[in-house]
Structures are given as structure tokens and as C-alpha cells.
Ligand binder design. Structure first.
Ligand SMILES: Nc1nc2c(ncn2[C@@H]2O[C@H](COP(=O)(O)OP(=O)(O)OP(=O)(O)O)[C@@H](O)[C@H]2O)c(=O)[nH]1
Ligand SMILES: [Mg+2]
Length: 341
């Protein structure tokens, strides 16, 4: 459920601001989740030596934004695929350090839009530009001229937020090429710093974290120690299923799929988490492909997703997947809202 409130209690601090908060119901847990930036904190007692900040990872599709989020948190939170436009919604990942807290925001790739779905994805990424304290502008070493970059740079020029350029996938390129890109980008925008990394191997990521630490300002601990994301269990579940669809299906099909979780129930007596999920596609023929010959495709998606979910939740999972046709949902704003976009 989404609602707004002026005052909420976040980890013992009263924060006064325009919040959007979401309640997640699994295991009777109810916690407020901040979706927009906290502007000031009233009556809080945080030590001035504590440092914190919101950091958005932005850039064109497929450059490795979600891979970096997972690498920084040391766990697989965001889904990753070799296909562009994998991430559709923003997601927070929280890094708890000694005397600091970094709240990372993974965002959808910035690209030329075609459908209502893509417009909503890009709008949510662009909105992050002025909602955070630091921007990580990520590009890929072998594609320094992706069309999404000029679009992102145009929007960057309209903000005053500190921005670090992150050149990713250095494991795939040559040093001379890297120096050329650094030189070119230095002239394009006054980046606070330029850091070259490989989110896949972890090369350079510690250096990036050091740079971020030195840019954090005194601030409160926004989230409790045991909280690593703002995503509900059902949102994480739909994403895991969607990742398997991206991995196993081809052409337009992954882009025409949305996943909703209809029911999630812990069956204590059997130490089992029972999940009913629905995959929405745009046409009958897509439904046929997704189910596959003798149901093989949907069974494989279900098996791989169940294995991941068991690791995430630490419990046996029973996953029931159904496929439903929701005609042209990617072009219909009301359907988008119903499906969580
Ligand atoms: N070789 C190499 N591959 C990487 C690196 N980082 C990410 N990748 C791969 O790049 C592909 C895209 O990674 P994602 O993390 O999904 O990219 P993204 O920017 O989040 O993509 P969207 O969500 O579509 O915007 C995946 O196949 C990753 O394994 C890297 O440092 N080196
Ligand atoms: Mg992503």
C-alpha cells in the first residue's frame, strides 16, 4: 500500500518531510520505506561524526548498474541480464559501514522510449537526478558513445548534484582506450571524480567506495542495521522470476512480460513458503512460447526461480506459476499501474 505522511519514525529518529511510505506485510513486519529523499531531520540526536547519503547509479541500459549494486552490497539484490532494459523500477540497497550509511539507488537505464512502460522507466531514472546527494554516472568502456549518454548528460547539466563518472567493464578494454575516454569525458562535464572499475570482478570498487566515503556529509542513520533494501518479499520474488524469463526467452518476449505475486504464505507445519505468481504477456502467441512444448519452458523458469528464492528466503519454496494475457499492457498506463510500474 502506498501512502504519504509528514512525520514517520525511522530507526528512532523523527524525520519531518514529505515521505512516501510503503508497508510490507510478510511475517507481520511493518516498516516505513523512504522512497523520496529526506530533506531535514528534526529533533534527531545523531552524532555529527556519523555520515550518510543517498547515491543513485544512473546511465544507459546494460552498462552494469545493477551488477555494481550487488557487488557493493555483497549480495544479489538486483536482477542482472545480458539484455538491455532489465531494471524497470528503482530499488534501494543499503550499505552499513563503521560510522556511515550509504543508501544506493539502482535505476532503469536511460534510453529513447517507445512504450508507456519505457517512458515510466526513464522518468523514474531521471527523477533520481535531483533526489539524491551523489550521482554515479556509469558508462561502459567499450560503448562510450551510447545514445543514452547524451540524453543523461543533458539532464545532468540541469542539476547541481555532485556526480562521479564510473567507467565500467575495464576487464574488457585496453588501457590506452581508457585514457582516451577519461580525457574526452573530462571536457564534457565537471565530474567530482572519475573512477574506472569492473563491477564483475570487483576491480576498482574499493577505490570508488573510498571516493564516496569522502563525499558523504554528516547525517542520520536512515535505515536500521538489519535492513538491506526497501523491496518487499513479493517485489523481490517477481524480480527473480522476471530474471529467469530474461535469461531463457528471446527477442521481444522478455520485454512483454510482467510478473505479479498473487499470494505468499508461510506454511509453518511443513516449513514451506508457498508462492502463487502470475506472468502477464501481451498476446496469446507469447503465452504459448512461455509455456513451451509440454510446459517445458514454464517448468524451467519455475525451477530456476525456486532455487534462487530458497537461497534468498532460507526456506523451502513451492512456486506456482500461471500465465495470463493482458493485451498490450506495455502501452496502457492503467495496466502498468496494476502491474507495479
Ligand atoms: N565483462 C563485464 N561484464 C559486466 C560488468 N558489469 C556488468 N557486466 C555484464 O553486463 C550485463 C548487464 O549488466 P546489468 O547489471 O544488468 O546492467 P544494467 O546497467 O543494470 O542494465 P539495465 O538494468 O538494463 O539498465 C550483464 O551481462 C553483466 O554480467 C563488468 O564489469 N565486466
Ligand atoms: Mg539494471
Amino acid at each position: 500500500m502506498l501512502t504519504t505522511a509528514r512525520t514517520v519514525l525511522v530507526n528512532g529518529f523523527f524525520c519531518n518531510s514529505e515521505f512516501k511510505i510503503r508497508y510490507t506485510g510478510h511475517k507481520n513486519l511493518v516498516y516505513p520505506v523512504i522512497l523520496s529523499k529526506v530533506f531535514f531531520v528534526q529533533g534527531s540526536y545523531y552524532e555529527m561524526s556519523f555520515r550518510s547519503g543517498f547515491i543513485a547509479i544512473i546511465g544507459p541500459p546494460n552498462v552494469g548498474k545493477s551488477t555494481l549494486l550487488n557487488r557493493i552490497l555483497g549480495t544479489k539484490l538486483a536482477i542482472v541480464s545480458p539484455k538491455p532494459q532489465t531494471t524497470r523500477n528503482r530499488m534501494l540497497g543499503i550499505l552499513h559501514g563503521d560510522g556511515y550509511q550509504m543508501v544506493f539507488m539502482d535505476t532503469p537505464g536511460i534510453h529513447k522510449t517507445r512504450t508507456a512502460l519505457h517512458k515510466s522507466m526513464v522518468a523514474s531514472a531521471l527523477a533520481a537526478f535531483c533526489e539524491v546527494d551523489i550521482l554515479l554516472f556509469m558508462i561502459e568502456m567499450n560503448r562510450p558513445d551510447d545514445p543514452g549518454i547524451s540524453m543523461a548528460l543533458r539532464n545532468l547539466k540541469g542539476t547541481t548534484t555532485n556526480c562521479i563518472l564510473v567507467i565500467n567493464k575495464i576487464d574488457m578494454g585496453r588501457k590506452e582506450q581508457l585514457l582516451k575516454i577519461i580525457d574526452e569525458y573530462r571536457r564534457l562535464y565537471p565530474f567530482t571524480a572519475i573512477v574506472a572499475i569492473s563491477a564483475l570482478t570487483g576491480d576498482g570498487v574499493d577505490m570508488l567506495l573510498d571516493e564516496l566515503k569522502s563525499n558523504l556529509r554528516p547525517g542520520p542513520q536512515f535505515f536500521p542495521d538489519n535492513m538491506s533494501t526497501d523491496q518487499s518479499e513479493s517485489a523481490l520474488t517477481s524480480e527473480v522470476i522476471r530474471e529467469k524469463i530474461y535469461r531463457l526467452t528471446r527477442k521481444e518476449l522478455p520485454y512483454s512480460c510482467a510478473v505479479t505475486v498473487e499470494n505468499m504464505e508461510e506454511i509453518m507445519a511443513r516449513d514451506l513458503l508457498s508462492i502463487d505468481a502470475r506472468i502477464h504477456v501481451e498476446t496469446e502467441s507469447q503465452k504459448g512460447i512461455l509455456i513451451g512444448h509440454k510446459g517445458m519452458m514454464i517448468k524451467t523458469i519455475g525451477r530456476l526461480a525456486r532455487q534462487d528464492l530458497e537461497k534468498i528466503f532460507g526456506v523451502r519454496v513451492y512456486l506456482d506459476l500461471a500465465v495470463r494475457v493482458e493485451k498490450n499492457w506495455t502501452r496502457d498506463t492503467r495496466a502498468l499501474r496494476r502491474l507495479g510500474y
